[in-house]
Write a protein that binds this ligand. Structure first.
Ligand SMILES: Cc1cc2nc3c(=O)[nH]c(=O)nc-3n(C[C@H](O)[C@H](O)[C@H](O)COP(=O)(O)OP(=O)(O)OC[C@H]3O[C@@H](n4cnc5c(N)ncnc54)[C@H](O)[C@@H]3O)c2cc1C
Length: 617
């Protein structure tokens, strides 16, 4: 079978499936355009951005930033100045309330529509990640409350949003980082149904302005026997404007999201009633983990938006930059590097919006999303850093000029892998999935319909606000090679599938669940290998559903085969790793190919991010 046949095969399969689901060819064509990187600014947005701009809340967002202009955004960034105007604007239009309120509590008749929310996050990242951060943190504060058991607080939080307010999530402490059991913020019982809280929090977004901060604390007994890692944890609602016990509040100056407010504060002798308790014990842990699971996933859409804007700016600059009598973008190595960046960024969108299908369809019976949210954090956010590095190689000095979006993007994109659980933590979590992912389960799991392809309508998933932590060993996956079958005639996909198969054999030999200690270099390297395989799986699933042309698929899998080979070399060479048999090693380390015509195809495609009249602000 030739590649052209394969392309037709892939298209026919996707068309057939979408017709079976009731969506038309033209819908699929528009949806397919939306999955490529887009420009949302600069006078006229790129063609596929229409799908985003049809959403009224996204249009409101674009109107604000277009009227504000990049120069003002950069000015605020330079002066680390809080964006009052945006907070007032979003409040007037009730943007955060409309995006985040679940159906059950919304008095505006809205719901927590997942596709709308993630597209909004992408476009917000495109204009200003710092502004997006106030929404991200509001989501975290709200989600913790929604996952708790206090109905009055849920209503109060939604009412605060509908009045234009913000929320915050107060988990981190200066001396304890990711070690939540080490946290020292405490509450003690002061009498029946009354508590006194004290401690300090650090790195808390929106702490200058939140109506409610969801605070993680330990519940010590009244005899004051001192701090204990075994004391039960609680989440309670702190209203900074109403409490006299808050002091020492200040902004922490960060390299990225500089106009946002990330702060520290102390709480002393803050008395509160039982009705401010969000959750205790097991329910409080579930609320923290459920919130972080979603929060870390949503951050990835911000990464995508950051890379899209930086891409559009770099491409425009390189088109206008004349070197040796030609636009710089025509130099072969610049062309090839920009094509690589474009293929990686398209891969990020294909992955993230397919992972969204798993979040959208998740239930107590289907918790596969727990792997894909960890991979979004571990792999996709670092892909964003790689895309920025590739673009930076091409754009040269212009990317460091302080008037550009680009120099802000270079700083902001690097924050994302570290927030809401680091890359390490998520690689460790990914490793735990290895036995289940490769179990060759015969379970007949439904093939999930695609939101972006219009095979299903986006809506709220109430399960996400009641999800509790549970054993990973009960999660089933279909055969891990299924996703590649429709694409197997594409050489780089075939190489990837062969390497993944060899890794399955290696993982079985190592019996990961019983023999590997957590947090060691070999464990994290195994996690990196599985993260790359799970990432490729979802990219492949979306490629088929969205009719992505073969040369683009070849370019995306070119990068994935390289990434997988690099992960295997790290695994084979890190301290403490068992020696990998040479024959197994050879099967996992592959050399992908990309032809001139495939590279040319991607280069032509990337011009689509810019409308012909695109101007740089
Ligand atoms: C801009 C910004 C905004 C933030 N906003 C908020 C907020 O609104 N609310 C909030 O509560 N927090 C917030 N944080 C805190 C953020 O979530 C922290 O990064 C987090 O608490 C982890 O602490 P740390 O980065 O100091 O890393 P540490 O926990 O000190 O980790 C140090 C190193 O150890 C590794 N490590 C730690 N634990 C593990 C593990 N279990 N397995 C493997 N490796 C591990 C890490 O990967 C890292 O490399 C924010 C941070 C920043 C920078």
């Amino acid at each position: 079978m030739e590649r052209g046949d394969c392309a037709r095969g892939v298209m026919n399969l996707a068309r057939l499936e979408s017709q079976q689901q009731g969506s038309s060819d033209s819908d699929t064509a528009t949806a397919a355009e939306a999955i490529y990187p887009h420009a949302f600014s600069g006078g006229r947005p790129s063609a596929g951005a229409d799908v985003y701009l049809r959403e009224p809340l996204v249009r409101k967002l674009v109107e604000f930033f277009e009227s504000k202009g990049l120069a003002s955004i950069k000015e605020e960034d330079r002066h680390e100045q809080w964006y009052e105007d945006w907070i007032a604007y979003q409040g007037t239009h009730q943007l955060y309330a409309r995006l985040l309120s679940p159906r059950e509590h919304s008095r505006l008749g809205t719901e927590f529509d997942l596709l709308r929310y993630t597209r909004f996050l992408e476009v917000c990242g495109y204009f200003s990640p710092a502004h997006g951060y106030s929404l991200q943190v509001t989501f975290l504060g709200l989600c913790a409350i929604l996952l708790g058991g206090n109905a009055n607080l849920k209503r109060e939080a939604i009412a605060a949003l509908e009045a234009g307010g913000l929320l915050a999530f107060g988990v981190s402490e200066r001396n304890h980082g990711s070690d939540l059991l080490g946290n020292e913020f405490t509450i003690t019982e002061a009498g029946p149904g009354r508590f006194v809280a004290g401690g300090a929090k650090y790195y808390i977004g929106n702490s200058n302005s939140a109506s409610i901060i969801s605070i993680l604390a330990r519940k010590e007994n009244a005899r004051g026997t001192g701090h204990s890692r075994r004391a039960p944890i609680v989440l309670f609602a702190l209203r900074p404007n109403e409490s006299k016990g808050i002091g020492g509040a200040r902004k922490i100056r960060t390299m990225g999201v500089r106009s946002a407010f990330v702060g520290e504060f102390e709480v002393k002798d803050h008395e509160f009633p039982e009705s401010d308790m969000i959750a205790e014990g097991r329910q409080a842990w579930d609320a923290i983990f459920g919130t972080v699971t979603l929060g870390k996933f949503f951050l990835g859409f911000g990464s995508i938006g950051i890379c899209e804007h930086a891409f559009a700016e770099a491409a425009a600059h390189l088109r206008g930059r004349m070197l040796y009598g030609k636009p710089a973008i025509e130099m072969p190595h610049i062309r090839a590097t920009m094509a690589q960046a474009y293929a990686r960024l398209t891969g990020m969108k294909l992955y993230a919006y397919r992972a969204l299908d798993y979040v959208h369809a998740s239930s107590a019976e289907d918790r596969r999303y727990l792997l894909f949210t960890a991979v979004q954090k571990a792999k996709l956010s670092t892909e964003g850093v790689k895309v920025m590095a590739l673009l930076s190689e091409c754009i040269g000095a212009r990317g460091f000029e302080s008037e550009t979006y680009f120099e802000m993007a270079l700083r902001d994109v690097q924050l994302i892998p570290g927030l809401e659980g680091s890359t390490h933590i998520n690689l460790g979590l990914t490793t735990q999935f290895i036995p289940r992912y490769f179990a060759d389960s015969q379970t007949a799991l439904a093939v999930l319909p695609s939101l972006v392809a219009g095979e299903v309508t986006s809506q709220e998933n109430a399960y996400l606000f009641e999800a509790s932590t549970g054993s990973i060993s009960a999660i089933a996956f279909p055969h891990f090679l299924n996703a590649y079958r429709p694409l197997i005639t594409i050489g780089n996909v075939r190489l990837f599938a062969q390497a993944a198969k060899a890794f399955q054999l290696l993982a079985r030999e190592r019996d990961v669940s019983r023999t590997m200690r957590p947090d060691t270099p070999p464990t994290l390297a195994m996690g990196q290998c599985l993260a790359t395989i799970a990432y490729a799986q979802l990219v492949a699933e979306n490629v088929v559903r969205l009719n992505v042309p073969v040369p683009m698929v070849a370019a995306i899998f070119h990068a994935l085969v390289n990434d997988f080979s690099a992960a295997v070399i790290t695994l084979g060479s890190c301290s403490g790793s068992d020696v990998i048999r040479p024959d197994r090693f050879r099967r996992m380390i592959r050399v992908p190919r990309i032809s001139d015509s495939e590279c040319e195809f991607v280069s032509k495609q990337l011009a689509g991010i810019l409308p012909s009249d695109w101007r740089q602000e």
